[in-house]
Ligand binder design. Sequence first.
Ligand SMILES: [Zn+2]
Ligand SMILES: [Zn+2]
Length: 132
Amino acid sequence: MARPSPVTDAVRGLFLAHERHAWSLDELHESVRVSLGSADYSTVFRAVSSLEREGLIDRIELGDGKAHYEIRDEHHEHVRCDSCGRVAEVPGCVLDGASAGVRATTGFVVTSHQIVFTGLCAECASARTARL
Ligand SMILES: [Zn+2]
Ligand SMILES: [Zn+2]
């Protein structure tokens, strides 16, 4: 076990608080910096990597080219707003049964998948309608 660090505790606390659905490293770094007064990016990155190894959090892809992390939870998909970047959880799995099809066509034994829907969140969609 690595020696506990205030940064790791702060990062763990952010995930456990469930304030937002998924965190990018930049967002984690900024929040830890605010709560501890200072924190370097590499320390935050190491804290995130060790929580990922512990199995507390998972890295997820949201299609914006950045690494995002969320607390490990029931399998679910994600939807991301193209306008403001908000991420929401799509409960359950929309791909039930699809793994068998992937196996049939590719021969791969599928163990996981990551689906990201993109669009406009309710707020951005209504702002857009209001402007029209
Ligand atoms: Zn939005
Ligand atoms: Zn999620």
